[in-house]
Design a protein around this ligand. Structure first.
Ligand SMILES: O=C(O)C1=C[C@@H](OP(=O)(O)O)[C@@H](O)[C@H](O)C1
Ligand SMILES: C=C(OP(=O)(O)O)C(=O)O
Length: 413
């Protein structure tokens, strides 16, 4: 399905949206719930990725396809590696078979796991023969994807002696590692993270516990972007969010202050208000951000800056090349079609200020939900078309219903 999208005047006034639970928190809790059935999860994400993961841990089938769900692929590799007497073949979409997993597979092999590559060395599909993992320490490269580390952390307390992980190189996406440790802590599983070493204590049993997942901050980013591009006085309420978030992408609240968007927290709701025009400093020199702790909001921010006509220099983006698509190249291609002057390296994006947006451009989405969602706010400025619009369900099932609710006109092409 391709969509033509247009905004209407004054559309962002006093709207309320209930965003589904965090995909990252949900995926962690679904694995932990298999290891500790005493856990009850509330506000679980309704994303395709979480549904894939939930199916994978509950099915008796030996062939499991997890589609585009990268986190699920990584977490399930560790989970199945320690499921004694169970053998599975874990596969995914064409793109998934080109997203590297060797660092995690090697770490699990070092712990005693039996994992082999079905097609290409270093990539899914994987044949995993479940075994008791008896070793209790491992070293792993931390600069490619934090998901490999979270995968090990999720199974760590179920290993006979717990697990000590030594992280090598500069650690990327640290808030996601901290999210994993915080969830373990909420459940009563003890851990320490000091310098480059993480230790998780073994744990046989847990007390019954209900965990309420906070709503997804990466999904909230699209509303921040719309707010930045809207008129002063616009306002939207999003639920259910917390001031003390486990999600690194909650840094949005601070970042979007530069674009005149104010966030207030009240009980479980955040209110975003367009309070001011963009700050003078940003208008004059653009914005520089290192997003190594929040890679999933890079596309949103690049498009916001383009829509506002301000320059940006985004760094710390090395993980974007191995996500649902090469997000750096995809951003460059689509922003250029809209009239932007943009350049990328393997780890950064540079956007020049521009003053016009080309109308009716058809945005390619490259099987990447965030390519679709990140470009939609521009429809507040000019009509825009989004190819393969259903791609959004990977993380945000009701995205298009919510866009209609806040006033976008979406027509099928
Ligand atoms: O652990 C997680 O839930 C995630 C970690 C991040 O990946 P990297 O560590 O590969 O950057 C992020 O991009 C992804 O969407 C979700
Ligand atoms: C990168 C993402 O997901 P994953 O790596 O889990 O496919 C994402 O949701 O932006």
């Amino acid at each position: 399905m391709d969509l033509h999208i247009e905004g209407v005047e004054n559309m962002l006034l006093k709207k309320s949206i209930n965003v589904s639970g965090s995909k990252s928190e949900s995926n962690r809790l679904l694995i932990l719930q298999q290891l500790f059935p005493q856990i009850t999860i509330e506000n679980l994400s309704d994303s395709d990725d979480s549904k894939h993961l939930q199916h994978a841990v509950t099915t008796s089938e030996a062939d499991i396809n997890i589609g585009h769900a990268g986190t699920a692929m990584r977490f399930l590799t560790a989970f199945f590696a320690m499921q004694n007497d169970k053998t599975v073949v874990l596969s995914g979409s064409h793109r998934m078979h080109n997203r590297p997993i060797e660092i995690l597979v090697q770490a699990l092999r070092d712990l005693g796991g039996d994992i082999s590559y079905v097609e290409k060395e270093g990539y899914p599909p994987l044949k995993i023969v479940g075994k008791e993992l008896t070793k209790d320490s491992v070293a792993i490269n931390g600069n490619v994807s934090s998901q490999y580390i979270s995968a090990l952390l999720l199974i760590a307390s179920s290993l006979p002696n717990g697990l000590t992980i030594t992280l090598l190189g500069e650690i990327t996406s640290i808030p996601y590692i901290e999210m994993t440790l915080s969830l373990l802590n909420q459940l009563g599983i003890e851990s320490t993270f000091k310098d480059d070493t993480i230790f998780v204590k073994p744990q046989q049993n847990l007390d019954s516990k209900t965990v309420v997942v906070e709503s997804d901050w990466s999904s909230a980013s699209y509303f921040y972007s719309m707010m930045a591009l809207s008129d002063i006085g616009s306002e939207i309420k999003l639920s259910s969010y917390r001031r003390e978030s486990l999600q690194g992408d909650s840094c949005l609240a601070e970042i979007y202050e530069h674009f005149g968007v104010e966030t207030t927290f009240e009980e479980n709701t955040i209110t975003l208000k367009k309070k001011n025009v963009i700050s003078r400093a940003v208008e004059k020199s653009g914005i520089e951000l290192n997003l190594k702790n929040a890679p999933d909001i890079a596309q949103t921010i690049a498009v916001t800056c383009f829509g506002l006509g301000v320059a940006c220099e985004l760094t710390g983006l090395h993980t974007l090349k191995i996500k649902e698509t090469d997000r750096l190249e995809a951003l460059k291609a689509e922003l250029t079609k809209l009239g932007a002057t943009v350049s990328v390296t393997d780890h950064s994006l540079h956007l020049e200020p521009s003053y016009e947006i080309v109308k009716n451009v058809r945005i390619e989405t490259y099987h990447d939900h965030r390519m679709a969602m990140a470009f939609v706010p521009l429809a507040m400025k000019v009509p825009i078309q989004i190819e393969d619009a259903n791609v959004v369900t990977k993380s945000y099932r009701n995205f298009w219903e919510d866009m209609k609710k806040i006033g976008f006109q979406c027509k099928e092409l």
